[in-house]
Design a protein around this ligand. Sequence first.
Ligand SMILES: *[C@@H]1O[C@H](CO)[C@@H](O)[C@H](O)[C@H]1NC(C)=O
Ligand SMILES: *[C@@H]1O[C@H](CO)[C@@H](O)[C@H](O)[C@H]1NC(C)=O
Ligand SMILES: *[C@@H]1O[C@H](CO)[C@@H](O)[C@H](O)[C@H]1NC(C)=O
Ligand SMILES: *[C@@H]1O[C@H](CO)[C@@H](O)[C@H](O)[C@H]1NC(C)=O
Length: 436
Amino acid sequence: MISLLLIFTFINLAFGIISFDVSNSSNCLFNIINNEERELKIENILKDPLIYKDYPSIKHLPSAEERSIKDGEIPDYVINYSPLVYLYSEEKYLPYGIKEYVTNFYATFNNGSNITGFESISIQNLTNIPKNEETFLTSNTDFDSDPEWITGVKNKPNLINGEIENAPATLIIVDKGNGWVDAFWFYFYSFNLGPFVMGQGPYGNHVGDWEHSLVRYYKGEPVIVWMSAHGGGGAFYYHNLEKYKLDSRHPIIFSARGTHANYPSVGQHPHDLPYGILSDFTDRGPLWNPNQNYLGYTYDGNFVYPIENTNVKHIGREIEYDNWLSFKGHWGDKQLPYNDPRQTYSIVGGYKYINGPTGPLCKNLMRLKPCERAKWWNFWQGCNVRENIKWGVGIESEGYNCGNLFINVKTNWLKKLLQRLTWGGGLCFLIDLIYG
Ligand SMILES: *[C@@H]1O[C@H](CO)[C@@H](O)[C@H](O)[C@H]1NC(C)=O
Ligand SMILES: *[C@@H]1O[C@H](CO)[C@@H](O)[C@H](O)[C@H]1NC(C)=O
Ligand SMILES: *[C@@H]1O[C@H](CO)[C@@H](O)[C@H](O)[C@H]1NC(C)=O
Ligand SMILES: *[C@@H]1O[C@H](CO)[C@@H](O)[C@H](O)[C@H]1NC(C)=O
């Protein structure tokens, strides 16, 4: 620890601010902004003209004068308003530390050939894996037998402070100009257990699972929270989200069983297919507080700057981990071939095992809209910041989706009847689309 601190101080003194060049990695997937103006007027995402009309626009690659935070600086408000995550009560695949995780792999090209020199891997040399081709971390041992490095069975959050001692979250802060700041919290799990469809499954399992949430601040005040889930995730006004009881500044997120998709409420969350065929489930299991243990960085589109002024328990760890964020490949095995005995295929659900995901810098951190995959030209698939929380359905639900429509119906029995008539029906779905 002492030596790390010394090295840290030395590097600081000798070279000034430390940075990692990730410019060759930031063009993966969605990091390209389609909007030619490279700025987003606030009325395009926030609907309330009275409250938000004077807010300035959000910028892609703001100039020095337009920025409000320094490289490597994590402002206090990012920690003070950080999200807490309820894991599923019987979650079998818990968060995992990336440094330990990568030691279970060797690196391969897309054609399955080993990459010479990477028969074993460390977090520090992840950055040297070739970036000009599609690459995969491939397991040394059978992940299908649920070894400890897949389940993370010991990584339950501490009951007192919510810390997971051996699984740091990853915090990446991006200045979006004019007082806007995005704080991305990344949650890493070693395994994604996909959903079951009509008793069959699971489908879409993969080794390595990067989920994330975004808290978007204006002048130090949280305004929007976006959370990753299937099909673009969900964006919400911060003020409408559930808050942590012991410190009501922290919004609460629920991580779904197996898939770790993130939701603002408890219950069953149908997605992608009608009639709840495909659903995620959330509940109030162990509460994880990622701000107790995290790797922190700022990012400007080309360079990543490790934090310098927070996370006192782990000073220098970002330096020790080196430029791992520049790794462009997949964080888990390639989709198993059809003839592998572990692989199965069905018309309903597709393959049982699919490709491992790419890492944090491939998640469109330079985005203007809060959604990862907003198609800004498409009105219906646009990034709707929801005024109302979408409640889960089913017996564990703690809320009611169609309630927003009938909130003004004063006669109780009439309200009940209307709610009953629309329960779980297509009407609720439509109302939710328009009203949400
Ligand atoms: C980025 O890629 C270019 C061209 O392939 C190469 O010359 C340069 O050294 C790379 N930079 C880093 C930091 O990897
Ligand atoms: C696989 O791809 C790598 C990188 O393109 C190449 O060097 C290697 O020869 C290929 N292996 C086979 C068996 O085709
Ligand atoms: C690739 O590397 C792994 C891990 O070192 C090793 O088990 C495997 O035999 C290698 N495969 C080939 C074709 O060399
Ligand atoms: C990467 O790190 C591992 C473990 O320390 C080492 O065995 C391997 O040789 C390294 N590879 C390269 C290319 O540095």
